[in-house]
Design a protein around this ligand. Structure first.
Ligand code: HSE
Length: 351
């Protein structure tokens, strides 16, 4: 017997569109392997929504609309021009809210209100949206605690690159002493293109935007703010501290020149944007900055839109995970993983 998990998808940009396509591709496999029957009950974006009271959204039609780039409210038979996200979250029954509106580092809105509305109704939330999580640390968790709903944030913490899951599950019982990460695919893509293929900064940024991996506002990537947000989310959980964005010294990659890249190369080094958290006594030092890594460093060979994270631990030595390209599909896959993890606890029992 499979359990139906009905999602409401909030945000129909690159990641929201990739998620509904992924549900269509993976639905049968997820049902067979995990006993979860995925459904999309509603999708809502700025201009309106698509849903119907009597049935789920047809995945074929939804995937076609997603690929066409047309807005969600134009979906034949299901489109609701002008419908608002908070009303959809309140009125359309769902088990999980997939919140993928753009990150807003000022007040976390509108994602913050969407997630609170869902959590307060006992609806689980999986999200790629870092804004509300870093702007109001602990707030969403408190709402989840109040209703017993679950909040999972893999897609906001480097998505296809497993970060929190590795540290919590695979390094359970070990103490994390330090973290170093290449946590942003856009900046790694730009630096790799400049280093490996002599591209200009502007050309490489444009390519990253064309691939849909740059943030809607790419200054969040190149100024190091996306890396900073991910670092705060990961470090606060692994070091069990309340951390804010202001705790992180942050420098982006806009000051990196061709001369700097060539100079690093001559010294047999490679420049990467590194987010790091290091314990010094009781103090936790948090930093985002370009670093010229020796070629032997475990993150030195992480190129283009791939990412990487390296944990130094007290009992397991250094653990490094690399890969997990930034891409809309990778982000959607992290959302799907979180949905499966909230349901398929057996997955973690007998492995
Ligand atoms: N813009 C991000 C990146 C993807 O380039 O990795 C979302 O976090």
């Amino acid at each position: 017997m499979s359990e139906t998990v009905r999602t409401t998808v909030c945000g129909f940009g690159h990641v929201g569109r990739a998620f509904v396509r992924l549900v269509r591709h993976k639905r049968a496999d997820v049902e067979r392997r995990h006993g979860i029957s995925l459904a999309v009950g509603a999708v809502v974006d700025l201009g309106g929504a698509a849903f119907r009271e009597d049935t789920d959204l047809p995945l074929e039609g939804l995937a076609r609309l997603s690929a066409s780039g047309r807005p969600i409210e134009s979906m034949p038979d299901f489109g609701r021009p002008g419908a608002r996200a908070l009303d959809v979250i309140r009125d359309v029954p769902a088990d999980v809210l997939v919140e993928v509106t753009p990150t807003n580092l000022v007040d976390g809105e509108p994602g913050r209100s969407h997630m609170i509305a869902a959590l307060d109704r006992g609806i689980d939330v999986v999200t790629a949206n870092k804004g509300p999580l870093v702007v109001s640390p602990g707030e969403l968790e408190a709402h989840a605690g109040g209703s017993g709903a679950r909040l999972r944030i893999s897609a906001a913490t480097a998505a296809a690159l497993p970060t929190l899951d590795v540290a919590r599950l695979c390094a359970a019982g070990a103490r994390i002493l330090s973290i170093e990460g290449i946590l942003n695919g856009t900046t790694n893509y730009i630096l790799s293109r400049m280093d490996r293929e002599g591209r200009s900064y502007e050309e490489a940024l444009r390519e990253a935007q064309d691939q849909g991996i740059a943030e809607a506002d790419p200054s969040l990537d190149v100024d190091g703010l996306d890396t900073r947000s991910k670092l705060v989310l990961i470090a606060s959980r692994l070091f069990e501290r309340t951390l804010t964005l202001e705790d992180v010294d942050t420098v982006g990659i806009t000051g990196i020149t061709r001369a700097g890249i060539d100079d690093a190369r001559r010294r047999d080094r490679v420049i990467k944007l590194i987010g790091s958290a290091r314990l010094r006594g009781d103090e936790l030092l948090l930093r985002v900055a370009p670093e010229a890594l020796e070629r032997s460093h475990p993150l030195a060979a992480v190129d283009f839109s791939e990412k990487g994270i390296s944990f130094d631990t007290d009992t397991m030595g250094r653990i490094t995970v690399t890969g997990g390209k930034s891409s809309p599909t990778g982000a959607a896959a992290a959302l799907l993983k979180d949905i499966i993890h909230t349901r398929a606890s057996a997955l973690l029992q007998n492995a």
